[in-house]
Design a protein around this ligand. Structure first.
Ligand code: CTP
Ligand code: MG
Length: 242
């Protein structure tokens, strides 16, 4: 069957290797294609850890994660990775060129597809301004581009994969407010058919979400829309007011 991108966490518990206590407990959530799920919570709440369980950077120590109804441990790891576009909290680039970085997850992508991804990621202008364009060199660690540019190239790289699931770990808070807004608008056609999970800090990113999950100390303390949580989740109110 074709990949649709339904992600489900069922009774998930996770303890880091060698640690005594779980950093995630009793996590239940479903994220569906055609909508955006936002994950919010204070620093150390477990947001990055939660995302890392979906492409199996770590395996759950309790419960299970399903993709399209199938336990992710049943997938071939490469096949699972192909279906998930992860934009890590600390974006990294490989030494090479803009194009080689963008094609990392999809070697067959055409130049046109790369430009399209750059356009959505709000990276088209600065790449077009480089004399070598797509063939512009990326120095070790991406040190010749700014942090915000690195973030946008990492987003473009994930988009080139055309995955049914995208995981954005705090990818927008490093961008200025205007770029952030343009980027989220450009992502709408993608979230119309893919499953998008974003860890977010800015209220403007969160309010649009179809579903917001509030994490506190590794547990879900609220699930709902912005209005629902404002009315019923003290932790959420604290987060959006801070
Ligand atoms: N942790 C750990 N070992 C790691 C990574 C994280 O023990 N390799 C711990 C952290 O110290 C923290 C908890 O796991 O107590 C959750 O960390 P994380 O998922 O990174 O929290 P975030 O909610 O992503 O925090 P932030 O907003 O700062 O990114
Ligand atoms: Mg994090």
């Amino acid at each position: 069957p074709p990949a649709r991108g339904v992600v489900q966490l069922q009774d998930v518990e996770f303890t880091y290797p060698g640690a005594d206590d779980p950093v995630l407990s009793d996590i239940n959530l479903t994220a569906r294609p055609g909508g955006m799920t936002a994950i919010v919570g204070s620093t150390g709440a477990g947001k990055t850890t939660l995302l890392s369980l979906i492409p199996r950077l770590f395996d759950v120590t309790g419960g299970r994660v399903l993709l399209d109804g199938l336990d992710i441990r049943e997938y071939d790891p490469a096949q699972l990775w192909e279906r998930i576009g992860l934009i890590p909290q600390k974006a990294f680039l490989f030494t090479g060129t803009v194009a080689s970085n963008l094609r990392y997850g999809n070697p067959d992508a055409t130049d046109e597809e790369l430009w399209r991804a750059l356009e959505i990621a709000q990276a088209k202008d600065f790449v077009a301004e480089m004399p070598e364009g797509l063939n512009a060199p990326v120095a070790q660690g991406g040190s010749n581009v700014s942090g915000g540019q690195r973030q946008r190239l990492a987003i473009a790289r994930a988009l080139v994969k055309q995955a049914p699931v995208y995981l954005f770990d705090d990818s927008f808070s490093a961008l200025d407010v205007a770029t952030d807004a343009r980027l989220r608008r450009a992502l709408r056609p993608i979230s119309a058919h893919a499953t998008v999970i974003v860890v977010a800090q800015r209220v403007s990113t969160i309010v649009d979400a179809d579903q917001i999950i509030v994490l506190e100390n590794g547990r879900v303390v609220g699930t709902g829309t912005h209005d629902e949580l404002l009315a019923g989740c003290a932790t959420y109110v604290e987060i959006v007011q801070s």
